[in-house]
Design a protein around this ligand. Structure first.
Ligand code: ZN
Length: 320
């Protein structure tokens, strides 16, 4: 993973998988779209247009994620970074939105940004005139941003539409767990439909497009299921205090660096907070600090023990 830049204090990282997709998109544009809309252009020119269009597509995806991140920060949700990966991008938030309203705003601004970019590109294409490649490029960006916005509005986790659905269900019922359960179920249904559609397309001869649908469907299905499993983990960890699950350390005997204070938890915090922190630190364990003094360590082992010792709460049934 490469950190490429920092925007408004937010680190932006790019997965290496991104480079593969960048190459594939450039190639498909250079070999398919541009020769079709610009039949007079040479192969070299088609490639140049393809690369530029793919770059601008990724800038669009980045702006979509940046809008989520900026609204999240404005709503009091810390953002540890923006990551661009093979399926697009993600804004890594360090906490759940505090209210349904905050979640609604954070989720809605992404598709809205993509719609605005689509409209701007369309408008520019109409207004600029000029050589035909301008219309080809702006036309492509308008269409693709429009599709990104629509796709993200599908009401199922982990898509923005799933977040919107979650916020509305949470708002209406006051039950966050129940909202998560249904938003993630809706996400699973959509993901499985995409896989089915992909298989049908592949069998019908559209191998690459079909497999791509299957691929995205699996990714979405995994993410939807993970959000369901998190409800169970959260329900079991939230009532526990860090002090109950940590491995105590004698501060005088330990020379280990405590790490940055931002990565530490307090003994009175819930074990769920330690779990969230653990997902962000590379060390694999979180220092427990009481009044500036290291008093313990929470790692995967401590949390796994805490989870297995507790009787398995039947969260799905309770939430339903
Ligand atoms: Zn989004």
């Amino acid at each position: 993973m490469l950190q490429v830049l920092r925007v408004a204090g937010i680190p932006v990282r790019v997965d290496l998988s991104w480079l593969v997709v960048f190459g594939l998109i450039s190639w498909s544009l250079a070999a398919g779209y541009f020769p079709r809309v610009l039949p007079e252009a040479s192969a070299g020119m088609a490639w140049m247009h393809g690369v530029v269009a793919a770059l601008l597509l990724f800038v669009s995806v980045f702006l979509h994620e940046l809008s989520h991140a900026l609204v999240a920060i404005e709503q009091g949700v810390p953002v540890s970074g923006i990551r661009l990966h093979v399926f697009g991008g993600v804004s890594e938030m360090e906490a759940e939105p505090p209210t349904p309203r905050a979640e609604l705003l954070i989720a809605a601004v992404g598709p809205l940004t993509s719609f605005v970019i689509a409209a701007l590109c369309y408008g520019l294409g109409q207004a600029l005139g000029g050589p035909p490649w301008v219309a080809a490029l702006t036309g492509y960006l308008a269409a693709v941003n429009f599709i990104v916005a629509l796709f993200n509005l599908v009401p199922g986790f982990p898509l923005d539409g799933g977040r919107l659905l979650h916020a509305l269900l949470w708002w209406g019922s006051g039950r966050q767990e129940w909202a998560t359960l249904w938003a993630s179920r809706a996400g699973s249904v959509f993901a499985l439909s995409m896989i089915a559609l992909g298989i049908v397309r592949a069998l019908g001869g559209e191998m690459v497009g079909g497999l791509w649908f299957v691929f995205i469907g699996f990714f979405l299905h995994q993410a939807a299921r993970a959000s369901r499993e998190l409800i169970g983990i959260r329900a079991r960890l939230e009532p526990l205090r860090v002090a109950e699950v940590m491995t105590p350390v004698d501060a005088d005997a330990v020379d280990a660096p405590v790490g940055s204070p931002a990565d530490a938890v307090e003994p009175d915090a819930s074990a769920w907070q330690a779990f969230l922190k653990l997902g962000r630190v590379s060390a694999g364990r979180v220092p427990v600090v009481d009044g500036g003094r290291l008093v313990g360590i929470v790692g995967r082992r401590e949390l796994r023990e805490a989870l297995t010792e507790r009787p398995d709460a039947d969260v799905e049934r309770r939430a339903a």
